[in-house]
Design a protein around this ligand. Structure first.
Ligand SMILES: Nc1ncnc2c1ncn2[C@@H]1O[C@H](COP(=O)(O)OP(=O)(O)O)[C@@H](O)[C@H]1O
Ligand SMILES: [Mg+2]
Length: 368
C-alpha cells in the first residue's frame, strides 16, 4: 500500500500541513526538533488509531482543542481516505468519511512498520518494550487480537481494582474465600489464554523470519532465536495460592502483562553482550521480518517508516537494507544530514525539508 498524501491540522508542531509522497522513497530532512518524527507519528496514528508515544490528546498542538490527520491510501484495488480526529474529550476515526466505532474495524486500513531510535532499547529496556513489540505488531495483523487485547486489559483492571478493594477487608491470617475474586480470576485466565496463544504463534513466525533477515542484513552466519518467557497458567489453583500476595500488592502478579522475550544469538543470551551495531541489526531484522509477515497476510506491503536509523547505517548496510525492502514498498526516511544518505537511496527519492513545523518539497541533494 502507498500513502499518496497526508494532511495535518493542529498536529504537534504543525498547524496546517499538506504533502504528497512518492510511492517509493521519501526523505524528510531537517534539524532536531523540526518536526520529522511528528510526520511519522501521524502516519502511525492512522495505522493503529493511537499515538505510539503518549496519550492521544498530547498530539494536539499546544493551545488548540482538536487535531485532524487525514491520508489517502492507495491499495491494489481501491483508494481509501483515512481520518483520525482527537479532541480533549476523545477521538474519532473515519474511513472514506464514514465513522468507525470499533477500533478493530479501523486498524489495518493503513499498515506501517516503524523503526525508531527507541527500538534500540529493545535489548536494554526490559520486558515492557518487548511486550509492546508483540502487541503493536499483533494489533496490526489480527482484528481478533485487537478485541482480545482490549478484553485482557479490561479484565486485568477489574481484577486489580477488586484486589485493592479487598485489601482493607483482609486480615493477616484469613484464608481468602471470595466468589467474586474466583470469577474475576477465571475470566482473567480466559483472556490470558487468548493473548498467550496469539503471542506464541506470532513469535514463532517472527523468529524464523528474523533469523533469515539478520543474516541477510549483517552478512554474518549467526543464528537468532527467541525464548518466549510465558506467564500463562491455566489452573485457578495456581492463582488461588497467590490470592494473598496479590491482595497485599494490590495487583495481579502473574499473567501475560508480565511476559518477556529473551533474544539469543547462537543460543546465547544476546542482551548482555550485543554491541550497539548488533543491537541495531537485530532490531532492524525484527522490523523487516514484521514487514514480510504483514505483506504475506494482508497481500499488501506495509509502509516503512525509518526514523533516524537509515543515516546511522554505513553505506554498505544501507544498500543491503534497500535491497531487502520489497520492490513494492514505500519508505519514509528521516535524517538531519542528507550527506549521510547514500546515492542508491537518493536516486529516486522525493526530498522534503522540514523547518519548525513547515514542510516543503525540494530538489536539495539531488545533484550531489
Ligand atoms: N503538542 C504539541 N504542540 C506543539 N508542538 C509540539 C507538540 N508536541 C511536540 N511538539 C514540538 O515538536 C517538535 C519535535 O518534533 P519532532 O518531530 O520530534 O522533531 P524531529 O525533527 O527532531 O524528529 C518540538 O519542537 C516539540 O516542541
Ligand atoms: Mg525525530
Amino acid at each position: 500500500m502507498i500513502v499518496k498524501s497526508l494532511k495535518l491540522i493542529n498536529f504537534r508542531n504543525y498547524e496546517k500541513a499538506e504533502l504528497s509522497f512518492s510511492p517509493k522513497t521519501n526523505i524528510l530532512l531537517g534539524n532536531n526538533a523540526a518536526g520529522k518524527t511528528n510526520i511519522l507519528e501521524a502516519l502511525y496514528a492512522l495505522s493503529l488509531g493511537r499515538s505510539y508515544k503518549n496519550k492521544d490528546k498530547e498530539m494536539i498542538e499546544n493551545e488548540k482543542d482538536y487535531l485532524k490527520i487525514n491520508a489517502l491510501v492507495e491499495l491494489k484495488d481501491r483508494e481509501d481516505s483515512i481520518t483520525f480526529v482527537a479532541a480533549k474529550e476523545g477521538k474519532k476515526v473515519f474511513v472514506n468519511e464514514r465513522e468507525i466505532t470499533k477500533l478493530s474495524e479501523f486498524i489495518g486500513h493503513l499498515n506501517t512498520v516503524l523503526f525508531s531510535p527507541e527500538d534500540l532499547l529493545l535489548l536494554k529496556n526490559g520486558p515492557q518494550e518487548k511486550r509492546k513489540l508483540m502487541d503493536m505488531s499483533l494489533l496490526q495483523i489480527s482484528k481478533q487480537y485487537v478485541e482480545d487485547y482490549q478484553a485482557f486489559k479490561k479484565q486485568l483492571k477489574l481484577r486489580n481494582d477488586y484486589l485493592k478493594y479487598l485489601y482493607p477487608k483482609t486480615k493477616e491470617n484469613d484464608d481468602i474465600e471470595d466468589d467474586m475474586l474466583d470469577i474475576l480470576t477465571m475470566n482473567f485466565i480466559d483472556c490470558n489464554k487468548r493473548i498467550f496463544i496469539a503471542r506464541n504463534t506470532f513469535l514463532k513466525n517472527l523468529e524464523a523470519i528474523t533469523d533469515k533477515k539478520y543474516r541477510e542484513l549483517s552478512g554474518s552466519i549467526e543464528t537468532i532465536t527467541f525464548e518466549y518467557i510465558v506467564n500463562f497458567e491455566n489452573d485457578i489453583a495456581f492463582y488461588k495460592e497467590k490470592y494473598k500476595s496479590d491482595i497485599t500488592q494490590g495487583s495481579t502478579q502473574f499473567g501475560c502483562h508480565r511476559d518477556d522475550i529473551i533474544f539469543k544469538k547462537n543460543g546465547q543470551d544476546f542482551e548482555a553482550n550485543a554491541s550497539q551495531g548488533e543491537g541495531r541489526m537485530l532490531a532492524l531484522s525484527i522490523k523487516l521480518a514484521l514487514a514480510e509477515m504483514i505483506e504475506k497476510m494482508k497481500r499488501e506491503a506495509p509502509v516503512m517508516l525509518l526514523d533516524d536509523v537509515f543515516s546511522e547505517l554505513d553505506k554498505n548496510h544501507q544498500n543491503r537494507l534497500l535491497s531487502m525492502l520489497s520492490t513494492s514498498m514505500q519508505t519514509i526516511i528521516t535524517t538531519t544530514d542528507i550527506l549521510k544518505i547514500g546515492k542508491p537511496a537518493l536516486e529516486n527519492a522525493k526530498i522534503f525539508t522540514v523547518t519548525a513545523g513547515r514542510i516543503k518539497e525540494t530538489n536539495y541533494g539531488r545533484n550531489q
